[in-house]
Ligand binder design. Structure first.
Ligand code: NAP
Length: 306
């Protein structure tokens, strides 16, 4: 990236939590000027303190947008909307009166179809995006450097998305160390139902089931013995509840399809164990062992990797 050119560019980030804050830290380290925008003064101040933004605007539903704020917003080349999923479209609506007509707007929401449908109608220079990186933490305190390095960054342009919007977001995401994938919003939502949204629900059910042990002695022993296996399998179920809720609300159909398929496999396992059909169980486990390594070995290169 040509840093002397980028030094002139201002990126706006609305929503300064794990994703928005981490984006701000990285973009600033790549010589972008970052204008942070959030609905709470305290969050904006923290973002400034940790170096995630150069300057900020507090923009709530009712806050006044004076000339200074308008000027700051009009100086932005591209806006990343990093709010919770249900606030993405209302945030774009709120920003529109203050953006110059060719400002590029993108989002980072974990579900794409409803967001892309709504936001593309509202703004010509909108392109949906989803950096597939995260931790179990949330809020500006969770922001960290290099969160996006080596992670997939999905872009979901439509037929009407201007090429310049796609190219610019791609260029910025690449500069963060991400690997770019491009697909339709519907394909994205179906794929992430399998590898992201289903695991959250399965992991939540696992945690919930473990908590149902009624013998306090056994419960405490299990707790003391819990090691890497339980940590790995419970990690995503122990993450941000708001995010899990919105994955289900906004990707309901795909998530349900994945959950029903999972339940059928679980029932088959229960049946196999009940019947003591150990040969069958062994075959299933051998197959899943092979499938996992094949599935993961082809990740990051099977969709259109541009
Ligand atoms: P988060 O840590 O909870 O951050 C969300 C931020 O949005 C908070 O800082 C919150 O500010 C702010 N916010 C809420 N309502 C707002 C509004 N109306 N206007 C402006 N700011 C508002 O959540 P996150 O994990 O960063 O997730 C943000 C987005 O990234 C979501 O759309 C999610 O789907 C997507 N995403 C998440 C992950 C992940 O693993 N976490 C991965 C990829 C994409 P306050 O703290 O001041 O309330």
């Amino acid at each position: 990236m040509n840093s002397s050119t980028e030094q002139m560019k201002t990126v706006g980030i609305v929503g300064l939590g794990l994703i928005g804050g981490s984006l701000g830290l990285d973009l600033r380290s790549h010589n972008f000027n970052v204008l942070g925008i959030s609905h709470r003064q305290e969050t904006c101040e923290k973002a400034k303190q940790i170096g995630a933004v150069d300057e900020y605007i507090v923009l709530s539903e009712n806050s006044e947008v004076d000339e200074v704020k308008t000027k700051l917003l009009q100086g932005v080349e591209i806006v990343f909307i990093c709010t919770p999923i249900d606030k993405i479209t209302p945030t774009l609506k709120r920003l529109i009166p203050y953006l110059l007509p060719k400002t590029i707007v993108t989002d980072v929401g974990s579900v794409k179809t409803p967001i892309v449908q709504a936001c593309s109608q509202l703004w010509d220079y909108f392109i949906g995006g989803h950096p597939m990186a995260g931790t179990a933490r949330q809020g500006i305190e969770a922001a960290q450097n290099d969160l996006f390095v080596g992670a997939a960054y999905v872009l979901t342009p439509t037929e009407t998305t201007p090429l310049v919007a796609r190219e610019r977001v791609e260029e910025i995401a690449r500069s963060l160390g991400s690997i770019i994938y491009t697909c339709m919003p519907e394909e994205h939502d179906r794929a992430v139902a399998w590898i992201s949204h289903l695991p959250v629900m399965v992991s939540a059910a696992l945690i919930d089931a473990c908590m149902s042990e009624t013998d306090p002695k056994v419960f405490n022993l299990a707790r003391q013995l819990a090691s890497s296996g339980f940590r790995d399998t419970s990690r995503v179920g122990g993450g941000n509840p708001e995010l899990g809720l919105m994955m289900a609300q906004y990707n309901q159909e795909n998530l349900l399809r994945s959950l029903f398929s999972y339940r059928a496999r679980l029932d088959r396992l229960i049946d196999t164990i009940k019947r003591e059909n150990w040969d069958n169980l062994e075959s299933i486990l051998e197959l899943t062992q092979r499938s996992r390594s094949e599935f993961l070995s082809s990740s990051h290169c099977s969709i259109i990797n541009s």
